[in-house]
Structure formats: C-alpha cells, structure tokens
Write a protein that binds this ligand. Structure first.
Ligand code: NAD
Ligand code: TYD
Length: 364
C-alpha cells in the first residue's frame, strides 16, 4: 500500500532558487516545516535573494551544484536521506530555447536523466519502510501537449504529446524518462503538467513581469503576433499547494494536470496589467499605459492556445485553485511595485543582453 510523503522527513528540491522552486520552498517551510535541501546551480534564472528570508533558518540547506552531477546528487541524498525529491530545475523560457536549444537538452534531458540515476541508486539502498515513503516528483508543463484550436477540448492526462518548441520537446523527453523509470525500475514517480504560472519572484523575461516592469518604466509593451494567443494562468501559490497534494496523496506512476481555469488572450493580460498599473502607480504625465502596447514579430512556432482540464486532480486529490486571475494579478503587480530592489538585483548585464537579443529583430 502506498503511504505518500509525510510531514516529518527532509526533502530534496532541485531548482529551488528559481521562480516556482523558491515559492515552493518558502511555502513548504510555512505549511509542512520539514528540512529542505535545495540544489540549484544558479543560472541567470536562479537567485538566492528569493530565499533571503530563510537566512539563519537551519531547515533550509542550500547547495550550489548541478543536477547533471550524478556523484554530487548521490552524496547529497546519502548524507541527508530525503523522503522525496521534488524536481523543478530546468531551462524554462521558450524564447531562449529558440535562440539556443543546447542548454535545454543538457539540463532538461541529460540533467533529469542524471537525477533519475542517482535517485534510483539511492532508492535501491532504502529499507522497505523508507521505500514506501519515498517519492520522485517531476514538475512539468502543459506545453508538452502542443497547441489547441479555439474550440478544442482542454488537455487531459490522456492527450497525446506533441511538443512544438525545443523547450517543450526537452520537457516531453524528461517526462518520458521519468515514466520509464517507474515502469522499468519501480522508482515511485509522480509527474505534474501545469499551465503558465505567475506571481512573486518571476524572472522578468516572462510575459507578466516583463509587461509590469516595462509599463512602470514607460517602455514599449511587446505583444507577439496578433496578441490573440491564449494561455491558462495559475497563481504560483496554487501550483505549490497542488504539488504538495500530489506528493502526499498522488497515485504512483500517475500524471496530474494542474491549471487555473483562467484562459486569457495575451492582449487581455497586457491591457489588464496596464489598467492595474494606471491605478496602483499612476503617471498622469504619461497617461494610460495602454498607449505603450506594441505589436511585434511573432515567435516562430508560437502555440496558439493552451487549456487544462484539471478534473483528475480535483476528483482524486480534492485540489482546486483558490486564487482568481484578477486578484492574483493585482497581488503580483503590487509585489513588483513593493520589491524594486529585488528587480534591480536580477536585472544584470546578462538580462539586458537577453532583452537586446530577443527584441532587437522584432520590428513593430
Ligand atoms: P526558472 O527558470 O525560474 O527556474 C529554474 C531554476 O532551475 C533556476 O533557479 C536555475 O538556476 C535552476 N537550474 C537550471 N538548470 C539547473 C541545473 N542544471 N542544475 C541545478 N539547477 C538548475 O523556472 P520556473 O519557472 O520556476 O519553472 C520551474 C519548473 O516548473 C520547470 O521545470 C518548468 O519546466 C516547470 N513549469 C514552469 C511553468 C511556468 O509557468 N513558469 C509552468 C509549468 C511548469
Ligand atoms: P511566456 O511568459 O514566455 O510563457 P510561454 O511561452 O511558456 O507560454 O509567454 C506567454 C505568452 O505571451 C506567449 O503566448 C508568448 C507571449 N509573449 C508576448 O506576446 N510578448 C513577450 O514579450 C513575451 C515574453 C511573451
């Protein structure tokens, strides 16, 4: 009988200095409280500032290292004996995967493979009782399912994989490896496929924080193509609570779709942010931020629509999102207004170089 991860043992989190990972670590310590070993190699997207509030908290052990380093992961799990591995670490930005796919294959495919190998070796050394508790939870994306037409039904866990970007393809490959380790080696895995997240600590290369910051600074607000591509948006705290539910109660070897029931066209997201900025940070001289909206050259292979059917996780685990898009977006805009220092710290030279690379060739 499976028992699921209880609240007492340590967990190993990968990518816990990134956007979702750092929210997860903070929430885990708030809600569950058992120690977290946080393995992150601090790419441009990883930021220790996100976890500054945990300075001096003995329950958080940060390890600067790469998931592809099987030896390092092996020694970490033997030293700390986690009862679960929660795997967030990845290259996660579609536009970067188009400009340079190599890092995506390296981390998302080879890195996940190395992590699985280390987890499998560790699992084989556990006692029966420890094996019953152990979980490997792989955090994935709805982008593995490809694109939907306007009237297509939302993605279910049975939807065939059809990834269209190098990012989505690398995540699909990692999902398949995770599945294979369950069927072939009996590693107790769980996979979650989630829609677009937004909230505090998101790196400002993704749509929502990019628009908030550009809007604040009076810069153009770049909208790809006709702005009618649709995404389903989930507040990051809801994603974190879903992952905890899957870890505690998910059925081994299963995948769970996670979504926010909040499909929005990009242009609607952008205009909503403009209006929130006008309200929360008015700039009477510049006028409405909507004037800054600039349609630019589309992303190659741009998926038209994503939508999630999250009925399985609701039915089996009793999870549903609690935040509405409008209130979550308002909180997010306010968070960026209140954390200007965090923003300045993450916008390094490398960030500015990326903005130049991605937008210079997209004429209005
Ligand atoms: P992110 O880019 O903000 O953070 C990724 C983190 O992983 C960073 O801290 C980075 O330093 C770390 N990392 C990267 N390569 C590593 C390596 N080789 N070894 C160790 N650490 C490494 O990503 P995110 O938005 O927080 O996404 C986290 C996970 O959730 C990813 O697996 C992503 O595919 C998935 N996901 C994201 C979204 C979303 O909307 N952001 C939606 C669904 C699923
Ligand atoms: P993004 O945040 O990169 O997430 P994903 O590509 O994983 O869905 O983009 C969300 C949507 O916003 C996507 O349809 C692309 C679009 N987009 C823009 O229109 N302009 C931008 O500057 C960016 C970064 C994204």
């Amino acid at each position: 009988m499976q028992t699921g991860t209880n609240s007492s043992g340590p967990i190993l989190v990968t990518g816990g200095a990134g956007f979702i990972g750092s929210n997860f670590v903070l929430e885990w310590l708030r809600h569950v409280g058992s120690p977290v070993i946080n393995l992150d190699n601090l790419t441009y997207a990883g930021n220790r500032e996100n976890l500054r509030s945990l300075d001096g908290d003995a329950r958080h052990i940060f390890v600067h290292g790469d998931i592809s380093d099987e030896k390092l992961v092996g020694s970490l799990v033997r030293e700390h004996r986690p009862q679960a591995i929660v795997h967030f670490a990845a290259e996660s930005h579609v536009d970067r995967s188009i400009v340079g796919p190599d890092a995506f294959i390296q981390t998302n495919v080879f890195g996940t493979f190395a992590l699985l190998q280390a987890a499998r070796a560790y699992f084989s050394e556990l006692s029966r009782e420890e094996q019953k508790q152990f979980r490997f939870l792989h955090v994935s994306t709805d982008e593995v399912y490809g694109t939907l037409g306007p009237d297509d039904p939302a993605f279910t866990e049975e939807t065939a994989y059809a990834p269209n970007s190098p990012y989505a393809a690398s995540k699909a490959a990692s999902d398949h490896l995770v599945r294979a380790y369950f069927h072939t080696y009996g590693l107790p895995v769980l996979t979650t496929n989630c829609s677009n997240n937004y909230g505090p600590y998101q790196f400002p290369e993704k749509l929502i924080p990019l628009i908030i910051l550009n809007g604040l600074e009076g810069k153009p607000l770049p909208v790809y193509g006709d702005g009618k591509n649709v995404r389903d948006w989930l507040f990051v705290e809801d994603h974190c609570s879903a992952i905890r539910a899957v870890l505690e109660r998910g059925r081994l070897g299963e995948t769970y779709n996670i979504g926010g029931n909040s499909e929005r066209a990009n242009i609607d997201v952008v205009t909503t942010i403009c209006d929130l900025l006008d309200e929360l940070a008015p700039d009477p001289e510049a006028g409405s931020r909507r004037q800054l909206i600039t349609y630019v050259k589309d992303r190659p292979g741009h998926d038209r629509r994503y939508a999630i059917n999250a009925e399985k996780i609701r039915r089996e685990l009793g999870w549903a999102p609690t935040e509405k898009f409008e209130t979550g977006l308002r909180k997010t805009v306010q968070w960026y207004l209140d954390h200007r220092e965090w923003v300045e710290n993450v916008r390094s030279g490398a960030y500015l170089k990326w903005i130049e690379t991605n937008y210079a060739g997209r004429t209005a």
